[in-house]
Design a protein around this ligand. Structure first.
Ligand code: NCD
Length: 368
């Protein structure tokens, strides 16, 4: 057993704060942490393209004095021969002390964790979740604004497929006085489960709008996102929405002087380069914070995994096995063989169930 990070809520608020504090301590005294992971190995298993996240993990482990192995393209791994995520994880357990996995199948990191004795970090699973980007975003908000509580944050762009948005909203729902403004065209709105199970359940007020100008003056943080082209099944649909929001210097005139602009990157054209020189543009500082917070995460997960009381409880006691089928075609339970269907009770609606891997509802006759 080990302590994993599959979803931002796997960390208690105290653990989250411990990681953010350690991230800041590392920034203040990098030398002190340069041998914390001496003799340890991180495996980066990236089945989907990535520049920042993979290199950020690599650089984080190197700065901690550890080593890195792995692959950056599924074509170079045994997956191309048909190996399952579960088997690959068991194999990598023989080589590495900790795993960071990015996968296009939703729930892949959960399956990896269920088959791993070493900590698994979800570095992005389909459009579901991306908890280490969330740690990056939280540390950046804290460093830019001096607080995470009592902020109004606007999420703009692809709120439907943007996994960084889903994870950050979940994490922010644990802070006091956070208000959320969802800025997206109809086709790219935040999924219902996020609105109900995350915002409404936790008393996070949110509004949905389809243009940025009327709300920009209210925001402490503007979180821009790329329209996730790779998740669209219909290219015409992507073309219709891809240029819906473009932030340029002129739109910032009505924004607060100390608002901070975040973007998980890569950007396509949703932030014009004339914004880059604005002191509020924090997206490149955000990248650097990502390395420090990943250093903090790796060291904490390795430390916590020595303590059995910290072991992740991946499958809740009230989970139901083998009874339902997930309605999400991108869910690993519908793609890979040998992945048992597991559902847990929904937090928001008594009697409703959610897939353990991707949080979708079960199939019914109408949507199957
Ligand atoms: C994001 C991702 O992969 O979800 N990028 C990242 O990890 N920094 C955002 C994106 O790809 O748009």
């Amino acid at each position: 057993m080990a302590k994993h990070l599959i979803d931002p809520t796997d960390l208690s608020k105290e653990e989250l704060e411990e990681i953010l504090d350690l991230g800041q301590k590392i920034i203040d005294n990098r030398e002190k942490y340069s041998e914390v992971c001496k003799g340890k190995k991180l495996a980066t298993l990236f089945y989907e393209p990535s520049t920042r996240t993979r290199l950020s993990f690599t650089s984080a482990m190197m700065e901690l004095g550890g080593n890195v192995l792995g692959f950056s393209d599924a074509k170079n791994s045994s997956v191309s021969k048909g190996e399952t995520c579960a088997d690959t994880t068991k194999v990598i357990n023989c080589f590495a002390d900790i795993i960071a996995m990015r996968h296009f199948e939703e729930g892949a990191a959960m399956v990896a964790a269920m088959n791993s004795k070493v900590p698994v970090i979800n570095a992005g699973d389909g459009s579901h979740s991306h908890p280490t980007q969330t740690l990056t975003d939280l540390l950046t908000i804290k460093r830019e604004l001096g607080r995470i509580d009592n902020i109004t944050i606007g999420f703009c762009g692809d709120l439907k497929f943007g996994r960084t948005v889903h994870s950050l909203i979940k994490a922010l729902s644990r802070y006091e006085g956070v208000k959320v403004v969802l800025i997206a065209p109809e086709q790219l709105r935040l999924p219902d489960y996020m609105k109900q199970e995350v915002c409404e359940m936790n008393g996070v007020p949110y509004v949905e709008v389809d243009s940025m100008e009327p709300v920009i003056g209210d925001l402490d943080v503007l979180y821009m996102t790329r329209v996730q082209k790779e998740r669209f099944l219909d290219e015409d649909e992507y073309d219709r929405v891809k240029d819906f929001f473009i932030l340029d210097a002129s739109k910032l005139k009505n924004a607060k002087k100390d608002m901070c602009i975040l973007h998980p990157l890569p950007r396509v054209n949703e932030i014009s380069t004339d914004v880059d020189s604005d002191p509020r543009a924090a997206y490149f500082r955000q990248v650097e914070n990502g390395k420090f917070v990943r250093m903090a995460l790796i060291s904490k997960l390795l430390e916590w995994s020595k303590d059995p009381t910290k072991d992740s409880q991946l499958v809740p006691e009230d989970a139901v096995r083998g009874k339902y089928v997930c309605r999400n075609k991108r869910c690993i339970s519908n793609i890979e063989t040998g992945v048992e269907s597991i559902f847990r009770p929904a937090l928001d609606k008594p009697g409703e169930m959610r897939c353990l891997y991707c949080e979708s509802k079960p199939q019914t006759r109408e949507n199957s």
